[in-house]
Structures are given as C-alpha cells and as structure tokens.
Design a protein around this ligand. Structure first.
Ligand code: ADP
Length: 209
C-alpha cells in the first residue's frame, strides 16, 4: 500500500460502501485487492468517526451525514430571534413617494407597514412600488395602504423559530423578507425584526469564519 495515503484509501472505501453497501469486510478487501488485515485499521477509523457503521452478518453501510443535512443542521442551530435584522417600517398613511424615498434612505428592499401602535398591517416590496409608479399618477397622493399586501395574508416568523424554518418560508412563499413578530393577547402582531434573503446569505457566509 505504499504511496497511498490514509485519506485516499478512506475515500476508496467510502465510495465502495456508498455504492455497494451493506457490504462485508472481505468483499471490500477483495475489491481493493488488499488483505482483510490491511483493511482493518482503515475500517476502524471510519467506523469510529461515524462515517461507517457495521452490523453483524449484514456488513458495513454508510452512516455519515451528507453535506445537505449538515447545512440543514447549521441553519437549525440558530433562532430567528438571535439572527434577525432591524426592520424598516412605515405607517399606513405614508405616501408611495415617501415609501420609495425610505427604501433608498434605509437601503432595504421591503417595507413593513404598521399602525400607530407598531402593529403589522402589511408589506410593500420593491415591485409593489414599481408597479404603482408605472401608473404615473401622483405618487405623493397614494398611501402605501392602497398598494400593500395586507394582513391576514402576511407570512411572518416568530423569534423562537429556527433559521431553517425561516429559510423554508422565504423559498416556499417566494418572498424576499419576513417580518419577525411577537403576538399580543389580542392577536395583534408587533414587528420586532426581519429575516431577509440577505440575512440568510450573511449567516451562510459565517460557515467560513
Ligand atoms: P418583489 O415584489 O420586489 O420581487 P417580493 O418577492 O418579496 O419582492 O414580493 C412579492 C410579493 O409578495 C409582493 O406583492 C409583496 O407585497 C408580497 N410580500 C412580500 N413579503 C411578504 C410577506 N412576508 N408575506 C406576504 N406577502 C409578502
């Protein structure tokens, strides 16, 4: 086995077990053209590391986690409450013109529309604002309440949900942003943050830090 380092050999074994498992130690050794004794330390390490598992009279099978499920685990580790960003909010009587200005000033793509007590009433996105601008009526006379997507059709997320759940909502509902809300006794929703595609990208970038 001179010239073949451990990781190469380990990869070969993993490939065999992934495609042909469950498979006996003898069969793996035969396929690699090595003795059962030479294979034993490699199998021991792979088993101890959790990549392979063995069952008597069944053989070795792949037990390691795929990258996909590692990503899911990563996003599940964080709650929305600890990752959420600061939301940009406007009142229902804000004009479409002022909402567009707010979008630039706050450097965001979505505005959450709230009443005077800060309770969620609706959402306006970039395209909602562009659509109303195409009409070329006086944008300073139209309140955002007229063009917003409104309650109860708003998809929200709670601070104790995990980030995987937030990511799934963004994908399933094909939206850019979710308001993070706390429900009051009266069933009203207080906006306390947001999770956006940017929030998800930032979290993903942390994998490397
Ligand atoms: P854009 O329209 O700029 O592509 P989105 O994809 O986020 O941005 O929005 C698509 C539509 O969904 C818009 O009409 C918007 O009002 C609505 N929307 C955005 N966020 C939400 C949300 N959290 N819940 C329900 N509807 C939303």
């Amino acid at each position: 086995m001179a010239g073949i380092d451990l990781s190469e050999r380990q990869k070969d074994i993993l490939d065999i077990v992934k495609t042909a498992g469950p498979i006996s130690g003898e069969e793996i050794a035969a396929r690699l053209n090595v003795s059962r004794a030479a294979l034993r330390p490699y199998l021991a390490i792979l088993t101890m590391s959790g990549l392979l598992a063995a069952r008597p009279r069944v053989g070795y099978y792949f037990a390691g986690k795929e990258a996909k499920s590692l990503f899911a685990d990563f996003f599940r580790r964080y709650t929305v409450g600890e990752i959420k960003a600061v939301p940009a909010v406007v009142r229902e009587d804000t004009s479409v013109y002022d909402a567009i200005v707010t979008l630039f000033i706050e450097d965001v793509g979505t505005l959450f529309v709230v009443d005077e007590e800060g309770f969620l009433q609706g959402v306006v996105s970039r395209k909602d604002l562009l659509k109303s601008a195409i009409g070329s009526t006086d944008l300073s006379r139209i309140p955002v309440a007229v063009i917003m997507t409104r309650m109860p059709n708003i998809v929200t997320v709670a601070p104790d949900e995990d980030m995987l759940s937030a990511a799934k909502k963004i994908v399933d509902y094909q939206i850019d942003a979710l308001p993070v809300v706390k429900e009051t006794e009266k069933g009203k929703l207080k906006v306390i943050g947001k999770v956006t595609k940017t929030t998800l990208a930032r979290l993903l970038a942390e994998i490397d830090s």
